[in-house]
Design a protein around this ligand. Structure first.
Ligand SMILES: [Zn+2]
Length: 275
């Protein structure tokens, strides 16, 4: 990552060889002194931290602005919580809505700050390179936000009430690909951001198979007699995306009700048969 962003590479003070991705992430989240030197050396990564923070705040803001809290307190809510399975699907769908809104808001906000405040000051010959670099930094921030939320989640809340974290990650990539397409932006950097983050953890742990996290390897491949090897494949991506179908169908039923409670922002239009 340091090479891609042309910053100084500073190794953490601790050895993470052979450790799982989430164990490394938890250690770094709760012991910032381990990476303080790296943060101090890389002021340029402000975009990454700003985007991470923005994503988390926008997610929580969407729960308020989209009327999720008012809906939960209303009589309408009972209709969607008749069984345990039903309430879990409703809860997951609300989370997906907050995630989708957070991706769009974070990307739009950072893009506007870049276009209005930073781009005009960049020499013409470096505009293309630095635009791509800034966008990649927002995406690295959002990817780290997913890992951050994953690190904080308790065993009891995942995946029953919250979408499984990899499904959330896939949903964020799908929303961003759509946003990019609609704005005519080359979206290769969506996958590049994932790979940059994963490569950093691979560098710390030693091998992608050590990480045991679907953002790093979403498929286990069996080759001969040996241990299965983790790989990142489009098959793994699409099977996670299939989990989004029921949330899309529940969204069709929730949409007209949330529209009554909407305080701000915009709800995504329904697109699937109701469930
Ligand atoms: Zn939430």
């Amino acid at each position: 990552m340091a090479k891609r962003f042309r910053t100084e590479s500073v190794e953490p003070t601790k050895d993470y060889s052979g450790m799982y991705l989430l164990d490394i992430a938890k250690d770094l989240i709760f012991h910032e002194e381990l990476v303080r030197e790296s943060i101090e050396a890389n002021g340029v990564t402000t975009n990454v931290f700003f985007s991470l923070l923005c994503y988390v705040i926008c997610h929580e803001y969407a729960h308020i602005a989209h009327g999720h809290l008012d809906f939960r307190l209303s009589n309408d809510f009972r209709e969607f919580t008749a069984t345990q399975q039903d309430s879990e699907l409703t809860a997951r769908t609300l989370e997906m809505d907050a995630d989708a809104s957070a991706v769009t808001l974070t990307f739009t906000l950072l893009e506007q700050i870049f276009l209005a405040g930073i781009k005009p000051r960049i020499p013409a010959e470096r505009v293309e390179e630095l635009t791509a670099q800034c966008r990649l930094q927002y995406l690295v921030g959002i990817t780290l936000a997913h890992i951050f939320l994953d690190s904080l989640a308790g065993k009891d809340t995942v995946p029953r009430y919250h979408p499984m974290t990899y499904v959330r990650f896939v949903a964020f990539q799908i929303v961003l690909l759509k946003v990019g397409e609609s704005q005519g932006i080359d979206t290769d950097f969506v996958e590049e951001a994932r790979k940059l983050v994963v490569d950093t953890f691979v560098h710390l742990s030693g091998d992608v198979s050590n990480l045991h996290h679907p953002i790093a390897a979403n498929t286990m491949v069996h080759e001969g007699e040996g241990e299965p090897v983790g790989e990142y494949t489009s098959l793994g991506f699409h099977s996670a995306a299939a989990h989004l179908e029921d949330c899309g169908r529940r969204w069709t039923r929730l949409y007209p009700i949330l529209a009554k409670f909407l305080r701000g922002g915009r709800l995504a239009p329904p697109y699937a048969d109701p469930l």
